[in-house]
Write a protein of this length. Structure first.
Length: 272
């Protein structure tokens, strides 16, 4: 059943996001071409104006894609599970968990895809191919020097990259679940459901920031004097510890928000 729900979700959201992705690629190509023309000697007023317009349209397409992706994934949850369509969705022979997972997986996939496309297009517009080859060459030399001087090899660097990717994934999931939990809790009220959802969203967001700040202060106090002699190995160990702590914190927050969402949808839902 989850596969069918995912197929339905991707089909329902793709019609809004894919055209904006195509627009982003077109605008990035136009902006990159305009900048390259200016760099090759076409410095007339018309070329400068065209380049400026292309760059502005490119950044507008970036903002439009990011905003629409967020609005679509949140609105799909609201419309499909909390609005009039909720009567049909909650009558399906499935629990609330496949319903939530279908929304969450779809949202994560779109956020990852749009994020990668945005970064790729930004770097394509900002840097030329020869600049990228120089950067990659310098990075390779840096990794070789780190390995020779401090014994930091490819395996350790890969583990840092994987931890950072996992942290970003969990952070994205917690942000999505924060919207879901706020909407689910807000729709347990009899009146002013969206207003209540907005208030709960602000409250939960503030709570997460306060907990993060408190843990950061405790961690900073505990780690005072950790690095008595600054060296790259000790800093690498500290980085691993901080990344692991961030992963655990975000994972715990995701579990809490998910359980809140599932409980409110399964036990205290008040559809419009």
């Amino acid at each position: 059943m989850l596969r069918r729900l995912l197929k339905y979700e991707f089909a329902a959201t793709a019609r809004y996001i894919l055209p904006l992705l195509a627009l982003l690629f077109v605008m990035s190509g136009a902006a990159a071409l305009s900048i390259r023309l200016l760099g090759s000697g076409y410095t007339g007023r018309a070329a400068a104006i065209l380049a400026a317009i292309s760059v502005v349209l490119f950044f507008l397409s970036v903002m439009a894609l990011a905003a629409v992706t967020l609005v679509v994934v949140v609105y799909r949850f609201y419309k499909n599970l909390l609005g009039p369509e909720g009567y049909l969705m909650h009558s399906l022979p499935v629990s609330v968990h496949p319903l939530i997972w279908s929304k969450l997986i779809t949202a994560l996939c779109w956020f990852i895809l749009t994020g990668l496309c945005i970064y790729a297009c930004v770097f394509t517009v900002a840097f030329r191919a020869e600049v990228w080859s120089e950067v990659l060459s310098e990075l390779r030399l840096l990794f070789e020097r780190l390995s020779a001087a401090y014994g930091i090899g490819a395996a350790e660097l890969l583990s840092v990259v994987l931890k950072l990717a996992l942290l970003l994934l969990l952070g994205t999931a917690s942000s999505i679940l924060l919207f879901y939990a706020s909407l689910a809790i807000g729709h347990s009220f009899n009146r002013y459901k969206l207003l209540a959802s907005a208030g709960i969203f602000l409250g939960l967001g503030l709570l997460s920031q306060l907990v993060t700040l408190l843990l950061a202060l405790i961690t900073g106090y505990s780690l005072r004097g950790f690095v008595t002699v600054l060296n790259l190995r000790s800093l690498a160990q500290l980085g691993h510890a901080l990344l692991s702590g961030g992963i655990l914190l975000n994972a715990a927050w995701c579990v809490i928000l998910y359980l809140l969402t599932a409980h409110m949808l399964g036990r205290r839902l008040n559809l419009e």
